[in-house]
Design a protein around this ligand. Sequence first.
Ligand code: CMX
Length: 442
Amino acid sequence: MDPLKQLFAEKSQALKKEVKELLQEHGNKKVDEVSLDQVYGGMRDITCMIWEPSLLDAEEGIRFRGYSIPELREKLPSAPKGKEPLPEGLFWLMLVGEIPTKEQVKWLTENWVRRSNVPEHVFRAIDALPLDAHPMTQLSVGVMAMQNTSVFAQRYNSGMNKTEYWDATYEDTMYLIARLPRLAAYIYSRIYNKGEQVLPDISLDWGGNFAHMLGFQDPGFKEYMRLFLTIHADHEGGNASAHTTHLVGSTLSDPYLSLSAAFNALAGPLHGLANQEVIRWVLKMVDTLGTTKPSREQIGDYVKSTLASGRVIPGYGHAVLRKPDPRFMAQRQFAEDNVPDSDLVKIVWKIFDVVPPILSSLGKVKNPWPNVDAHSGALLVHYGMKEYNYYTVMFAVSRALGVLAAQCWARALALPLERPKSVTTKWVQEMLEKEQTSTATN
Ligand code: CMX
């Protein structure tokens, strides 16, 4: 058994025992109440799911196994001559709850290199799609096309014992993460570089090699990629891509089926697609205003015109967060340190000054602050990646780390089929009528 799998086996079996004891003693303990606002309002804030890799606090933002993003940037191993965390280190942390050593991260990078071969038929499946199929559609199809190699599906068909589900899920997780950069880079080259593929450089780390295969050799871009792939990896379990992975996986669909479904959720403009929408909106603003150095007043007018046309300001707002997203702030700090002179980056910073008061003045927006998607596009454009329809694919490659680590945990803890209760509006009305009648008669 490999060292990471061995560690995961020990940790997960120990937690499974603890959970069993905890539920025996406290299984009836109430953790939440549910209001009709929540039932109709997208189930906000209802505590009803277990997700081990990360936890989100509305004020403070995300913590991965207890570590904030600034702490990860300080503590996780980085590339030679680099400063940013290696996403491999975050995966190790999310899976087993320990900050890995440099040697452990090196082992993981090498293990993923060995697993990274994408079967030829997957490329042919993607080639069957029209070039103008959205890159996220191509990615989702690519993941589905790899499903015939699922260790979980094969072992399930051969009568796998349920105590081994976690083991097969771990194998699929490792293969999927190892293969995703190659698959994603194939899609980028196919659509934007006339199909000229850049072959992997196996001397590089997972994120550095992804940047390399996309055709970007600038060390600055590689460092940004490592940061990008770290901060987008997980945001606890209730967000749409994470929850989709969990829901689909709970039927014992294998990780390929679950991840492809997650990517379809991520491809919505209220979720991961917002990163492409942000830069599209900013570039349209620059074009409409006829300047790359708009004033705060000009930006304010443009924001108001977007709102007046019944659209949201992309990159702003969040279903849980109530403060500026630390993932935005980490990218801002990266830009201050590395890209202080880009006009586009400066526009993003001005938007940060202008948008929150305008959104607050509407009186309905619960979080007027920027989220993770508000900054990434300006940095990507700075490094020469201008094809913004592709940005969500990079988010997806990163998101796989968190949601697949969580799927390993779901299998190890034997979490069951997810099946919440739904009701009709008639049911709600009758419930309210009954309550009123009983209050009147009492
Ligand atoms: N611009 C304009 N209006 C906004 C807004 C924004 N950025 N954010 C919220 N609102 C509006 C909502 O549309 C809603 O209006 P209605 O009552 O007219 O329907 C009202 O404010 C209340 O919404 P909320 O409770 O504050 O926010 P939700 O939890 O319902 O939605 C989110 C959260 C992210 C979907 C929303 O803020 C939004 O649409 N933001 C823009 C898209 C975006 O950046 N998404 C990326 C999120 C991060 C990620 O998943 O990657």
